[in-house]
Design a binder for this molecule. Structure first.
Ligand code: PLP
Length: 422
């Protein structure tokens, strides 16, 4: 469920008509619903209420400081994968003991920064990384709680670019090597084992891969405890999928996911961490755009809109589907016509949808791409010198720009001509 509904014939974000945001902020623009973000966070929080837990929002899904502050004020922790994300979480006022540092290629400089400011735990992904972290922590004279991300070799049955839990992916260490790796960590200064980490992929629409992975983690917990390691925390990653097309079968909800976690690892008495990103932010955001032209081609008609692949890359990168709806509610039973919905960028890849059935659309009409809150604005670029797409947060009848659209001058003045060309 989200809070983007038609009211009086106009699509609203909570109590604000999207037409008003288009008028004051311009298009394209991302619009987020605070009520939806909070609702999704609380669903996870309640699904784990059977035991000690922390829901660590995966910052990479939508990393605006206003969104992090909203979720952090509600009690969320943060899962970060770079120093930049760590700094965003800190800028949003998240205390260090609620920030988990994940990621497959942490540099010594990033480790140093995070260790100086404080961190809840660092999830290690390789043996060279654990040796480097041991050196950095020793130099700073600190001891850092760590988990090791194990790769359970399960098929997440999701898009190949976002599957991370098979043995041929770059993530984590093979679960078969876990005993040896934990044994080495126990000898390394500056590191203190606190638990185990696993994350098998994104946009999972089936709970079975989670169940298989968590069962392996439960078995490993017993083995590592028998070896004398203090396994007190299980970080079970993110990855629960969302419905991108309203017509499709609904993926599992957080409550069922929480039940699977309880069934597989609940008996171990560990504190549970999860790192959901997409399910919290995905359906909490839309991309608002305006139709520039309706172009009649040979055998097909195009809607050329003012958003493009630089603003929302998911269709071009993953072949992703987004529901696309007019902001003015079509009359019931209105004629539908098939359009290719495309942006203005000089690449055929700049296509959002092919032969999509839409009610009549005219130039100047506003259109919304649904389910664009996660992996939308964060992946935006300025390709074709299109200023970075702005972001707006709605809460009830209030709304605010949370990242302004740069002016052309701001965009261009970042470039510098070297002195020998002047
Ligand atoms: C991407 C990622 C997540 C979030 O995945 P979602 O599918 O957005 O829930 C969580 N943890 C790690 C380590 C990730 O890389």
């Amino acid at each position: 469920m989200d809070h983007f509904l038609y009211r009086d014939g106009i699509l609203h974000a909570e109590d604000v008509p999207l037409s008003e945001i288009a008028r004051t902020v311009g298009t394209p623009a991302y619009v987020y619903s605070a009520a939806t973000l909070l609702r999704h966070f609380r669903l996870f929080d309640e699904a784990l209420a059977w035991g000690p837990h922390l829901v660590c929002y995966a910052v990479k899904a939508a990393s605006n400081v206003a969104i992090l502050k909203l979720l952090g004020d509600a009690g969320a922790g943060m899962d970060v994968v770079s120093e930049g994300e760590y700094r965003r979480a800190r800028a949003a006022g998240i205390p260090p003991d609620r920030i988990v540092f994940s990621g497959v290629g942490k540099t010594a400089a990033e480790m140093r920064h995070v260790l100086r400011e404080g961190v809840r735990q660092i999830n290690l992904e390789s043996e060279p990384e654990m040796r480097l972290l041991s050196r950095v922590a020793s130099e700073l004279g600190v001891e850092v709680p760590v988990t090791v991300r194990v790769n359970p070799d399960v098929d997440a049955r999701t898009h190949e670019k976002i599957a991370t839990g098979k043995s041929d992916n770059k993530f984590g260490i093979p679960i078969s090597r876990a005993r040896a790796v934990y044994a080495e960590i126990a000898t390394l200064p500056g590191l203190r084992v606190i638990g185990i980490d696993v994350h098998i992929g994104s946009q999972l629409t089936d709970l079975e891969p989670f169940r298989l992975a968590y069962r392996k983690v439960a078995d490993l917990t017993e083995v590592l405890r028998a070896d004398g390691h203090a396994i007190e925390r299980l970080d079970l990653g993110g990855g629960l999928g969302i419905p991108y097309a309203r017509s499709n079968l609904a993926p599992p909800v957080p409550l069922e996911y929480g039940r699977v976690i309880r069934e597989e690892v609940g008996h171990l008495g560990c504190e549970i961490e999860i790192e959901p990103g997409r399910l919290i932010a995905g359906n909490a955001g839309i991309l608002l755009t305006e139709t520039i032209f309706v172009k009649h081609g040979e055998g097909r008609d195009f809607l050329i809109v003012d958003a493009a692949m630089n603003d929302l890359i998911r269709p071009a990168m993953y072949g992703a589907h987004h529901d696309i709806v007019p902001v003015i509610e079509p009359a019931p039973g209105a004629d539908q016509q098939a359009f290719d919905i495309v942006g203005p960028i000089c690449e055929t890849g700049d296509t959002f949808a092919k032969a999509r059935h839409m009610p009549p659309v005219a130039p100047g009409d506003l259109i919304a791409f649904r389910s664009a809150g996660a992996y939308g604005a964060v992946m935006a670029s300025e390709y074709n010198s299109r200023p970075l797409v702005p972001e707006v947060l709605v809460q009830g009848d209030q709304y605010a720009v949370i990242r302004p659209r740069p002016t052309f001058d701001e965009m261009i003045s970042r470039d510098m001509v070297p002195h020998w060309l002047e």
